[in-house]
Design a protein. Structure first.
Length: 150
């Protein structure tokens, strides 16, 4: 029996949809319908899934522009999974400020570990740390200050 939260499942299904969009070019509505009919979707947070999938796929270019300076290569040279994870996490950092940045980064690392290559999670961690510092500088600085004080 899996102990994954409904939110974790929503992120996993959103990642699958983003990955599918990157590889197939299918329409958002087609991808959304396919993913929603996948086994286990009923255990996911459907509203979060919708927000993550639509938000990410409707803003791919701008999201890539946020993380591109930190990847050390062209976005097109990323593996499709790494690219999808970075897109999803960047969207969540930018648009879901109710989620602490460390949660976003940790979820991205877990997705990269589960679906990506051997060291993909390390790459994702390094990039997302920099993206978080850019998109949420106050939150990152407060956490760093709290860490130094303890």
């Amino acid at each position: 029996m899996s102990s994954k939260s409904a939110r974790r499942r929503a992120r996993e299904f959103a990642l699958q949809g983003i990955y599918q969009a990157l590889l197939s070019g299918n329409s958002l509505s087609m991808i959304e319908d396919q993913v929603r009919s996948a086994p286990g979707f009923d255990k996911a947070d459907g509203d979060l899934f919708t927000a993550l999938l639509r938000g990410t796929l409707n803003d791919t270019g701008a999201l890539e522009a946020e993380f591109a300076p930190f990847i050390g290569r062209s976005v097109t040279e990323l593996s499709p999974i790494e690219r999808a994870v970075l897109l999803l996490a960047t969207h969540e950092l930018e648009r879901h400020i109710e989620v602490p940045y460390k949660v976003v980064i940790n979820e991205a690392i877990e997705l990269a570990k589960s679906y990506g290559g051997t060291d993909g999670h390390r790459f994702v961690n390094g990039v997302m740390d920099k993206v978080a510092a850019k998109l949420r500088p106050t939150e990152v600085a407060a956490r760093e200050a709290a860490r130094k004080d303890s």
